[in-house]
Ligand binder design. Structure first.
Ligand code: BT5
Length: 328
């Protein structure tokens, strides 16, 4: 077991079966620390929000199956080399993107995941607000340090979208998620996921990418503010059961590790087929609002650089690098 005494005690408590107790002596043995250190760790866990039952003769157990997205819950599912091997978890942050950019300055390694139960200032593209229901979604930023020129950074949004889609398909079977170019994942036309890729760069090299992923997981419709109820949905609502957030986080880390390796070695061309397979945009009539203009036409494909190709009524084909799109 790795991590601080607190993390190791938590892992030990999570490993034992529901209703079973672990004695203080066993915990001390498992974690290689004194019983006083165990007692202190238990107190800190209680301050963190865990309810721990202690019975004098039997020891300690967790009161109920807990649902946090901290390292102790994610690690048992994790099969990656780098992504998610450092997890920076907090109960509440302004935005995981902001925390991530601080960690980049402090030289945090490639693959660090910043994750929080709640955000007070979650954000989307162009500083749009991102609604973050506490404890009910995945609000995380993955810090990647690929050796790439800055102009390739935006394509990581597409790479992340394919990773999230395939992680969802691996775990859930009652719905089909589709990508809405460039950064949304929709189910039955409603948004479950938004992706925001930001970059810390020098003139010709990416220093770090901050891949922000927000996924509605266990919200009921009434958890969403009224203005989102017609456009948003959650995985639980679509799958028909409550879902384990930590399991999906670990699965996304795995797919993201695979796909970002492919992307760095071979470019987007190798992932294009996967992207197109999951796309709900290609072949559809769309209206694209860019910073400069509004274009209407048919989305006919995506280039090897991730640029959306739109054929206008005149027959002219235009490449769109960044826009908000609606299906018309
Ligand atoms: C996005 O922006 O979709 C990117 C969202 C990224 C959020 C993650 S959470 C972890 C990390 N930390 C952050 O601070 N951000 C990232 P955009 O395409 O601009 O979409 C924003 C729009 O989505 C808003 O204007 C709303 O209409 C809608 N929206 C806001 N919250 C939503 C939610 N929870 N579910 C569905 N739609 C939402």
């Amino acid at each position: 077991m790795s991590g601080t005494t607190k993390e190791r005690v938590l892992q030990a408590l999570l490993q034992v079966q529901q209703d079973a107790y672990v004695s203080g002596a066993q915990l001390a043995d498992m974690c290689g620390v004194s019983r006083t250190a165990i007692w202190k760790a238990i107190q800190t866990l209680e301050q963190d929000g865990y309810t721990i039952i202690s019975a004098r003769t039997k020891g300690y157990r967790l009161a109920e199956k807990t649902d946090f997205v901290d390292a102790a819950h994610i690690e048992p599912y994790l099969q990656t080399k780098a992504i998610g091997r450092v997890i920076h978890y907090e109960k509440e942050v302004t935005s995981t993107q902001t925390v991530a950019s601080e960690l980049v300055k402090a030289n945090t390694p490639h693959g660090t995941v910043v994750i929080a139960e709640a955000q007070t200032a979650g954000r989307g593209r162009m500083e749009r607000p991102w609604e973050t229901t506490a404890g009910k979604g995945i609000w995380m930023t993955v810090i990647l340090r690929p050796d790439l020129p800055p102009h390739q950074a935006p394509q990581f949004t597409l790479v992340a979208a394919v990773a999230v889609i395939n992680a969802m398909k691996a775990l859930y079977h009652n719905f089909t998620p589709v990508i809405k170019w460039p950064n949304d994942i929709l189910v039955n036309g409603k948004k479950t996921t938004g992706i925001l890729t930001e970059m810390v760069a020098e003139a010709d090299r990416v220093n770090a990418l901050l891949v922000g992923i927000g996924i509605n997981m266990n919200q009921q419709m009434s958890d969403f503010p009224e203005e989102l109820q017609t456009i948003a949905t959650s995985v639980a609502l679509e799958e028909g059961r409550s879902v384990d957030r930590a399991e999906l986080v670990a699965m996304i880390c795995q797919y993201l590790e695979n796909y970002s390796d492919v992307y760095v070695k071979h470019g987007f061309a190798r992932l294009k087929m996967l992207w197109e397979e999951a796309s709900g945009t290609i072949g559809k009539q769309i209206r694209a609002t860019t910073l400069r203009e509004v274009l209407e036409g048919t989305a006919i494909g995506i280039t090897d650089d991730g640029v959306l190709q739109v054929q206008l009524a005149s027959g002219e084909v235009r490449g769109i690098y960044s826009a908000d799109i609606e299906l018309t």
